[in-house]
Design a protein around this ligand. Structure first.
Ligand code: ARG
Length: 474
């Protein structure tokens, strides 16, 4: 008979290479807190329904708490032979307390156990991510508020398009992150379902109380179908998917910051403490953080693709393929949290070159729409105004000047509606201030956006506090 916890029907020990191949202890040890919290709740439930004596329950609790302390002190020797975190802990417990330990796995399978642990792990990770999202939102709001009057060219096709407030540009990212926050809240809600009690796949013959376990572990809901409970990895797919979208947002911001740092743009300067140099070229100061975040986005998207592919052909219920859910998940959690944390710092240290941005607005035709709108306000149909403004631009290009330099006489040759006030109408500040439609780039709208953002962050703070409280399970 093999030494394994499942060794009863085996006459040979597991091949050493196979052991190593199938073990997950190398990575699932990260879930030790969730595994112990789950086992404590399970044991309490078994005692409550009379399957476990109170003495046995108390011995199990003490034994598990000792193991927890050992792991946290770094004194627990994890064994590949024991495959995963679940059997490592259960075997050590039984070695320490004897028969009571061997009663812990009553009415439970590793299939529902691992599902329980992973649900709890993802819930906790979501709360951490929410906290980090809020932090970077904070940094964006601070920078937007500190640079409230800074005007820059807004782009389409990466061609200067219309003058906008730098704050407006930053707050666009705030909006994306606000949706990321909501998305992760949704992930939490659909992760907050308790799988334990599904057994291996079909439930159990024993009189368990799943509601008791759910309440104890702060789960809002319980899986109503045992096959679904052990096979479901939607919550991991959703986490990876929300993480991918979030990383894509950071990656787009990265691309902009990398451009803005280039000599060609010179719109911002990053803090020296956030950049690196070149071992050969003495003048270099590279925006590595942004480049790395852009690069790591590919990795997170890759984890999502790997998991979708792993699940797509699986019959119900548990298949060992599902063990592949963890490494990509853990790497995604680490990558997203780290990326958000460094980004908050990067934004806080970013100096905005208002003069360069302003020059980029002045030395260009991004006020051509405003010139057309000026004529519209004086009664000209927009299509005609568009054409007149286009002709004015063409004259300026010929004479190598900008719209602000074109003499009134030339404007009046194009339309009698032009007057001295045209120059005021096409000043960058006027262009910005006049775009006061809801959600536009005006100073007034920017103030409203900032105020709404601060209110939202207060709400987010409350949500994070409530969810943080629910993660205290040990
Ligand atoms: N280590 C396994 C996993 O992560 C735990 C579940 C194993 N169940 C089984 N019947 N082999 O998926």
């Amino acid at each position: 008979m093999s030494e394994k916890l499942w060794g009863g029907r085996f006459s040979k020990t597991t091949d050493e290479m196979i052991n190593e191949f199938q073990a997950s202890i190398g990575f699932d040890r990260r879930m030790y807190r969730e595994d112990i919290a789950g086992s404590l709740a399970h044991a309490a439930m078994l005692a409550k329904v009379g399957i476990l004596s109170e003495d046995d329950r108390a011995a199990i609790e003490q034994g598990l708490r000792d193991i927890l302390a050992q792991i946290e002190r770094g004194e627990f020797a994890f064994s590949v032979e024991l495959e995963d975190i679940h059997m490592n802990i259960e075997k050590r417990l039984t070695d320490a307390i004897g028969e009571a330990g061997s009663r812990l796995h009553t009415a439970r399978s590793r299939n529902d156990q691992v599902a329980l642990d992973t649900h709890m792990f993802v819930r906790h990770a979501v709360v951490d991510v929410l906290d980090h999202i809020r932090e970077i939102q904070h940094a964006l709001v601070e920078s937007a508020a500190a640079n409230k009057d800074v005007i820059m060219p807004g782009y389409t096709h990466l061609q200067r398009a219309q003058p906008i407030l730098f704050a407006h540009h930053l707050m666009a990212y705030f909006g994306m992150l606000a949706r990321d926050f909501e998305r992760f809240q949704g992930v939490y809600a659909r992760t907050d379902i308790m799988p334990l009690g599904a057994g291996a796949l079909a439930g159990t013959t024993l009189p368990i109380d799943r509601a008791f376990v759910a309440k104890r572990l702060n789960f809002e809901r319980i899986y109503t179908n045992s096959l679904d409970a052990v096979s479901d990895r939607d919550y991991i797919l959703e986490f990876l998917s929300a993480a991918s979208i979030l990383m894509v947002h950071l990656s787009r911001l990265s691309e902009e910051i990398i451009l803005w740092c280039s000599r060609e743009f010179s719109f911002v300067e990053l803090d020296d403490a956030h950049c690196t140099g070149s071992s050969m070229m003495p003048q270099k100061k590279n925006p590595d953080v942004s480049e790395l975040v852009r690069g790591k986005t590919g990795r997170v998207v890759g984890h999502l693709m790997a998991m979708l592919t792993a699940v797509k052909g699986l019959p119900l219920a548990y298949n060992k393929d599902l063990q592949e859910d963890k490494e990509g998940l853990f790497d995604t959690i680490d990558t997203v949290k780290f990326s958000l944390a460094v980004y908050a710092q990067l934004i806080r240290g970013m100096k905005v070159r208002a003069d360069v941005m302003r020059h980029a607005v002045e030395a260009d035709f991004s006020n051509a729409t405003d010139l057309a709108d000026y004529l519209v306000r004086k009664g000209m149909p927009f299509r005609q105004a568009h054409s007149v403004s286009g002709q004015a631009v063409a004259r300026c290009i010929e004479r190598k000047i900008w719209l602000a330099d074109l003499p009134l006489a030339d404007y009046q040759k194009l339309s009698a509606l032009f007057d001295e006030d045209v120059y005021e109408a096409i000043r960058p500040e006027t262009c910005v201030a006049y775009r006061n439609s809801y959600g536009g780039t005006s100073y007034e709208q920017a103030d409203m956006q900032l105020e709404a953002a601060r209110e939202l962050m207060t709400e987010e703070h409350k949500i994070i506090s409530t969810l943080t409280g629910k993660q205290q399970l040990l």
